[in-house]
Design a protein around this ligand. Structure first.
Ligand SMILES: C[S@@+](CC[C@H](N)C(=O)[O-])C[C@H]1O[C@@H](n2cnc3c(N)ncnc32)[C@H](O)[C@@H]1O
Length: 424
């Protein structure tokens, strides 16, 4: 009997799942996805969690089918670190905006508009076209695709590529050298031994402090993923039983401009929030617009390496803070909380990014999160902590802390760690 072909089985599974996915989209009133600029785009999140699971499986299966059709050489040599060169250059010369949405431009017009030689602008745009950024509907005429339209209209997404090119690339190129130079320090979160430090002689924070323009772009790039359901701040609402706190108080330590508090305040209309950060960060915080949240969110200057001034809070919350600090500093941050914590009541809740164990999440999601992990690694020698590392950290900060929970939040990039203070 002939063995079943894996290729055919895979293609059949894809066919079945695509049919299911399309039905789920249609049932929730969402259009089919399209690369056509004029077509409406579907909101995948609105199609429900099951549709998101089916989409996830499909993306993995399609990747597998794609890779099966390549030779190992083609697969390895097909990843190009130069993918972003055209994206970055087209942003630098404002080409996205120079093709008004709904209109076309010729290469000659774009060469004139940018001052670049005709053959260079054509090469750059045709390189981008291979990534579905712009299209050439007739020879020498350039029009938008949904992706280039997004780049034209969304500064955060453009800045993301600018930051990858200007900040991340040089650091990534120096990372192997940093590992050779300081092998014992690798992964220690000591910023002075990161690829970035070797490339620039400064830490990322020093560069951001010294270069306001880079700082602006960096902050802007941080918002590029705001519409990505994986990175949504709204996941925090289901990461802990916030409802059980009633009218409780959350101190959002190093809370930036209050992104998490603003989201939680909408979900839990009784809770109160105090967002703490450095003065220059708080100065960037826009006013709270949501009427029902206004009176419940306050902002306060506080250096987390000094004793916590808010006593007896229910939760001392941290998002994306500990990933940047080594254990010694992390212990200092935790110990500065304890004098004001009420035994048996006050808890520390930490939402930090996490890297799934192999096989725990679809490969395309694991790849995304491992890329974020590498990003932190090359920039600051930082990275996520696993369950064991969180437990060890609280042991170092204790005695008195009892770790109650360390769990990944499904369909998100977050892991929630919760520790109750029982007193010394
Ligand atoms: C990656 S951001 C996370 C911001 C916020 N928790 C969020 O998730 O949107 C890290 C934050 O730590 C703050 N930070 C760094 N050092 C600090 C310190 N010594 N005291 C208070 N905040 C600090 C930074 O200003 C920044 O807002």
């Amino acid at each position: 009997m002939a063995t079943a072909s894996h290729l055919i089985e895979l293609a059949n599974t894809i066919q079945t799942q695509v049919t299911e996915f399309q039905k789920l989209l249609a049932a929730s009133g969402q259009p089919d996805p399209s690369l056509d600029l004029d077509a409406p785009s579907p909101d995948f999140a609105a199609a429900g969690l099951h549709a998101q699971d089916v989409r996830s499986k499909l993306l993995d299966q399609i990747d597998e089918l794609h890779d099966l059709l390549l030779t190992p050489q083609e697969m390895l040599l097909g990843t190009a670190p130069t993918d972003f060169v055209s994206r970055h250059a087209l942003d630098r010369f404002q080409v996205y905006q120079k093709v008004p949405v709904g209109e076309t431009r010729t290469y000659t017009q774009l060469a004139e508009a940018t001052g670049l030689p005709l053959n260079v602008i054509r090469r750059l745009i045709r390189h981008a076209i291979t990534q579905r950024i712009f299209t050439e509907p007739t020879p020498d005429v350039v029009a938008h695709t949904p992706a280039s339209k997004l780049l034209a209209e969304d500064r955060n997404v453009r800045d993301y590529w600018g930051i990858l090119s200007e900040i991340v690339s040089p650091a990534a190129a120096q990372t192997a050298n940093a590992l050779s130079k300081w092998p014992q320090e690798s992964g220690s979160k000591k910023r002075e031994t990161a690829g970035f430090y070797l490339a620039t002689g400064k830490t990322v924070y020093q560069v951001l402090e010294d270069e306001p323009e880079t700082h602006n772009r960096y902050d802007s790039a941080m918002s590029a993923n705001r519409n990505n359901v994986l990175f949504s701040v709204d996941h925090i609402a289901r990461g802990f039983d916030w409802q059980s706190l009633g009218k409780g108080t959350i101190v959002d330590v190093a809370g930036g401009i209050g992104t998490v508090s603003r989201s939680l305040a909408k979900h839990f209309p009784e809770l109160n929030f105090i967002v703490q950060d450095q003065p220059e960060v708080l100065a960037q915080a826009p006013p709270v617009e949501d009427e029902s949240s206004k009176a419940r969110i306050t902002f306060m200057e506080h250096d987390m390496f000094t004793p916590q001034p808010i006593k007896d809070a229910d939760i001392y919350f941290f998002r994306r803070v500990f990933m940047e600090w080594d254990d010694d500093k992390a212990v200092q941050i935790l110990r500065n909380l304890t004098p004001g914590m009420t035994p048996g009541k006050s808890r520390v809740v930490i939402a930090d990014f996490y890297v799934p164990e192999p096989g725990e999440a679809p490969l395309w999601i694991e790849r995304k999160f491992r890329n974020s992990d590498m990003l932190t690694f090359v920039l600051s020698n930082g990275g996520s902590r696993d369950k064991e590392a969180w437990i060890k950290l609280f042991e170092k900060a204790g005695p008195g802390f009892v770790v109650k929970n360390v769990k990944p939040l499904k369909n998100s990039d977050m892991m929630i760690t919760e520790a109750l203070w029982q007193g010394e």
